[in-house]
Ligand binder design. Structure first.
Ligand SMILES: [Zn+2]
Length: 157
């Protein structure tokens, strides 16, 4: 049986393919220009773990970290790091060495004992010191007696 309608789909297909041929093609576009002159600067600073404080004067955070103080790159204000790190009390001996619990220190001068005529001689050692709050920062025992010393009169042994 002749089926005239059977032709139509083929024509239709041709038309479709012709239409597809003539349909706008996506031209390969030139890739976006790479900005090859721009250098990517890593934002991770070497000391990223150390929190960068804000300047107490101008409140900007472009702050330079020095060994013992911060310096604001914007206004030039400098302030000690100890003031920022309030968590740990830093006690330093006469030479600026940080003293910690368990250190051994040596008196750098004769010290009069308060409330007695005794004198602690220069060179006296105090072992296993304890850093405490207050005006005399070092708790220790010397010759079996409990003593409170000022850190500025000792040096780390
Ligand atoms: Zn500043």
């Amino acid at each position: 049986m002749y089926e005239p309608q059977g032709v139509l789909p083929i024509l239709a297909n041709r038309n479709l393919s012709a239409a597809a041929k003539d349909s706008p093609r996506l031209l390969p576009r030139a890739p976006p220009r790479q900005a090859s002159t721009v250098t990517v600067i890593p934002t991770t600073a070497p000391h990223a773990s150390m929190s960068q404080p804000a300047c107490p004067v101008c409140s900007l955070t472009d702050v330079l970290s020095h060994s013992d103080h911060w310096e604001c790159a914007t206004c030039g204000h400098e302030w000690p790091k100890e003031a920022v790190a309030e968590a740990a009390r830093v006690v330093k001996d006469a030479h600026g060495n940080v003293l910690v619990d368990g250190d051994t220190v040596v008196l750098i001068k004769d010290l009069k004992l308060r409330g007695s005529s005794g004198v602690l001689k220069q060179g006296t050692k105090a072992k296993n010191i304890r850093i405490v709050d207050g005006d005399h920062e070092i708790d220790c025992r010397i010759d079996g007696s409990a003593m409170a010393l000022k850190a500025c009169f000792v040096k780390k042994a």
